[in-house]
Write a protein that binds this ligand. Structure first.
Ligand code: NAD
Length: 429
């Protein structure tokens, strides 16, 4: 099928590329001319495992192209996906200006029946508003359908998630676009859930809020473990074997971050508030998440006392492993909290240093993870990159003025670290 994706970011670029990979003809549109120029010249604006090769392969095969021209994209394709940002406003509600702008641009370019699919994460009833907007600004006699098709990809695993989705949600009020949507997704062999449009929109916010809740739950359990001398990893392993619970998202740490969970959680709380429901459960999830960072910073200050002029090495800047994304990264927040106390930081991340430079200033960026500890008073692990497990611990121990590690991601074995002579503080054990 001929498909246009408007918004060529983490979601739009990976979705467009995977659609091309299964044989669709895809145009990825963005109003960021530098990004489109980079893509058109063979560059890639984000790091996502396996993506670069797939982009190159599908561009070469003539199935994937890039453009800054929305109206061309709307005219060329049968189905138009919207994958633009839905950032939070200061009060936590969703800023829908990007979606509204695109809805008007699509309306202006409509000449015949099109299916307009929203992939961005949006408040329930946004699809209805998009339809109203297109009707208002579009040509009177042209028919169209609006579909909600929320995206569940995880950054760092986006290509795998797109190629092998757990489920595909198709939300629509009209039966007309369902067959086309099923055809688009047929090559992915995933269970397809067809719902009304409001339910589809809610599935996304309800899912992300539930996952955030699961993380806060284990972080709260970690606090109890610390007080009682239990080990949160053993507790999580024991809980996780229960199929009703599952082991995933039961990793205690410095709290969740990234461009989705914090924003989707506050959006869901706000959406509920606007319709008269006080979602206190989710407010508590936020409180636990903030407390988790506070407790970790306190662990550092309790041990090192005054941080002013202390040198601290930090491993990890991305909000999680396998990505270069630093948006609302807990690792960056942790660095900024330590800087505020006067600490001098040496930092390293395998993929996120370029993006971090734009927001984290006055630190020393170190290319080699094994050199981060050089001349420092302590080492902090802030992101759960697998490769940090291969850190040369002997070198780090000798480079530090005193071998102290604060492991915010429980990457190392506590008894082994203590046996090797480390003062080792982790989370919930
Ligand atoms: P992003 O910032 O990486 O990409 C969005 C792109 O849209 C940018 O390239 C931007 O230039 C472009 N854009 C903005 N306005 C435009 C316009 N008027 N015309 C054309 N292009 C325009 O964002 P993202 O992470 O891909 O997220 C997009 C949406 O998907 C959000 O609603 C997000 O919540 C949701 N989502 C994100 C993820 C994720 O892991 N990143 C996962 C699932 C859902």
């Amino acid at each position: 099928m001929r498909l246009t994706i408007i918004g060529t970011g983490y979601v739009g670029l990976v979705t467009g590329t995977c659609f091309a990979e299964v044989g669709h003809q895809v145009v990825c549109v963005d109003n960021d001319t530098a990004k489109i120029k980079l893509l058109a010249s063979g560059g890639i604006p984000i790091f996502e495992p396996g993506l670069e090769e797939l982009v190159k392969k599908n561009v070469a095969a003539g199935r994937l192209s890039f453009s800054t021209n929305i109206s061309e994209g709307v005219q060329k394709s049968e189905v138009i996906f919207i994958a633009v940002p839905t950032p939070p406003q200061p009060d936590g509600s969703v800023d829908s200006t990007f979606i509204e702008r695109v809805a008007r641009d699509i309306a202006a370019a409509l000449t015949g029946y099109r299916i307009i699919v929203d992939k961005s994460t949006v408040p329930v009833k946004t699809g209805e508003k998009v339809a109203e907007t297109i009707k208002r600004y579009g040509p009177a006699k042209v028919d169209f359908d609006v579909v909600s098709n929320p995206e569940f990809l995880r950054e760092g695993f986006a290509v795998t998630d797109l190629m092998k989705p757990d489920r595909v949600v198709i939300g629509t009020r009209s039966p007309r676009p369902v067959e086309a949507m099923k055809n688009i997704y047929a090559p992915f062999n995933a269970p397809i859930v067809v719902t009304d449009i409001n339910s589809a929109e809610l599935i996304k916010h309800a899912s992300n809020s539930f996952l955030a809740l699961k993380i806060s739950y284990i972080n709260a359990v970690a606090a109890i473990c610390e007080i009682t001398g239990a080990n949160v990893q053993e507790v999580a392993a024991g809980m996780g074997l229960d199929e009703r619970i599952g082991r995933r998202f039961l990793n205690a740490g410095i709290g969740f971050g990234g461009s989705c969970f914090p924003k989707d959680l506050s959006a869901f709380i706000k959406i509920a508030e606007e319709i008269g429901y006080d979602f206190r459960l989710l407010k508590e999830v936020q409180i636990i998440n903030r407390g988790q960072m506070d407790r970790f910073v306190k662990k550092i200050t309790d041990t090192l006392w005054v941080l002013k002029d202390k040198k601290i090495g930090v491993l990890g800047l991305a909000f999680k492993q396998n990505t270069d994304d630093v948006r609302t990264s807990p690792a960056i927040e942790l660095c900024q909290r330590l800087q505020k106390e006067g600490a001098l930081l040496r930092v390293h991340d395998p993929k996120a240093m370029t993006k971090a430079r734009a927001i984290l200033k006055d630190v020393t960026y170190v290319d080699d993870m094994n050199a981060v500890a050089d001349g420092c008073d302590a080492l902090v692990v802030a992101t759960e990159w697998d490769e940090f497990k291969k850190l040369d611990l002997e070198r780090a121990r000798k480079s530090l003025s005193h071998p102290i590690m604060f492991d915010g991601r429980n990457l190392f074995d506590r008894s082994e670290m203590e046996r090797r002579g480390w003062v080792y503080k982790s989370v919930g054990r």
